[in-house]
Design a protein around this ligand. Structure first.
Ligand code: G3I
Length: 302
């Protein structure tokens, strides 16, 4: 196959990208995106500040721009994200306690109702664990509502749309030796043992010199899958875009039957949140980089 999406589909997987609504008028951007990818994540447009700018007043205009572009071009959609400490609208930042807990529940219900039956996977909770060596939860206004906020989010999400796979999504959980990885692993194991409805874990996979790729990523994916959840690589970018590292990541996913697919976090280097690191598969002019061929070959040979 000669596109990433078609190559991934040979093994029943997908290959996706983040899409920004503000770039849908750029024909170079949409040309590459429509040709190469078969899964779409809205880079910012489905986040809390975008979809509920005032409490109880939902706005899906930019989210729907991304969603409609994806569907009209034959792609599936990952929903990102419903409960997160960051990119909260001002009204939510100022809440605490039971009113914040209720606002989180209302937000999940409002967004999931709008997209009911239309989203392949939802990142229900994003980035809830702390960096560093604690292995514990990140402090946030949501965390301070009580340790059960994550399972409440998942139970709410399951009731709102039983057709979507419900994912926990985070970064720096790719290396099996990291405390954060163990913290998330223990939470998922606990959720599965108690029947909390979680279907998948998203490994963002923002690899750079501070958080480099390690070959034990495959072990991590296998160990999570063994708990009875699917796994997905949800925001992949690699500082410098080493062709061999990109191939290793693809091969790690292909080696794990429960790895659903791979999403890269942007189209061209210039579209990246860290464009100074040239971390993606297409250069600023939309030309394929060596990492692109490496990924395509890995998908075709897997
Ligand atoms: O749209 C406004 C623009 O009107 C304004 O002039 C400009 C001034 O700062 O800001 C623009 O909004 C920015 C937005 O991206 C759109 O470009 C925000 O400031 C900026 O904070 C926002 O950054 C996003 C970031 O999440 C915020 O947390 C990045 O695009 C997005 O790639 C990044 O994605 C996250 C995932 O959601 C979660 N995992 C990590 C990943 C990378 O940080």
């Amino acid at each position: 196959e000669n596109t990433l999406g078609a190559a991934a589909a040979q093994s029943g997987r997908y290959f996706g990208t983040a899409i920004a609504s503000g770039k849908l008028g750029d024909s170079t951007y949409t040309g590459i995106a429509s040709r190469e990818f078969n899964m779409v994540t809205a880079e910012n447009e489905m986040k809390i500040d975008a979809t509920e700018p005032q409490r109880g007043q939902f706005n899906f205009s930019n989210a729907d721009r991304v969603y409609n572009w994806a569907v009209q071009n034959g792609k599936k959609v990952r929903g990102h994200t419903l409960a997160w400490y960051s990119q909260q609208p001002g009204w939510m930042q100022s809440l605490s306690g039971s009113s914040l807990r209720q606002a989180m529940i209302d937000h999940i219900n409002g967004v999931m109702a709008h997209y009911k039956g239309k989203i392949a996977q939802w990142d229900v909770v994003n980035e809830a664990f702390a960096d560093g060596n604690s292995g514990g939860r990140r402090d946030s206004n949501l965390q301070r509502t009580g340790n059960d906020w994550i399972e409440v989010a998942f139970r709410t999400a399951r009731a709102a749309d039983s057709s979507a796979k419900l994912c926990y999504n985070d970064y720096n959980i790719e290396n099996w030796n990291w405390a954060k990885t163990q913290g998330v692993y223990n939470m998922v194991r606990d959720f599965k043992s108690r029947g909390v409805p979680i279907d998948c874990v998203g490994f963002q996979s923002h690899f750079n010199s501070g958080s480099p790729y390690d070959s034990n990523f495959r072990t991590t994916l296998q160990n999570f899958a063994a708990l009875g959840v699917d796994v997905a690589i949800t925001e992949l970018d690699i500082q410098g875009a080493s062709a061999s590292t990109y191939a290793n990541v693809v091969n790690d996913c292909l080696a794990v039957s429960r790895c659903l697919g791979i999403t890269v976090w942007g189209v061209r280097d210039s579209d990246s949140w860290r464009s100074d690191q040239s971390p993606l598969l297409f250069d600023n002019n939309g030309n394929k980089k060596s990492a692109y061929s490496s990924v395509l070959n890995a998908l075709n040979n897997g």
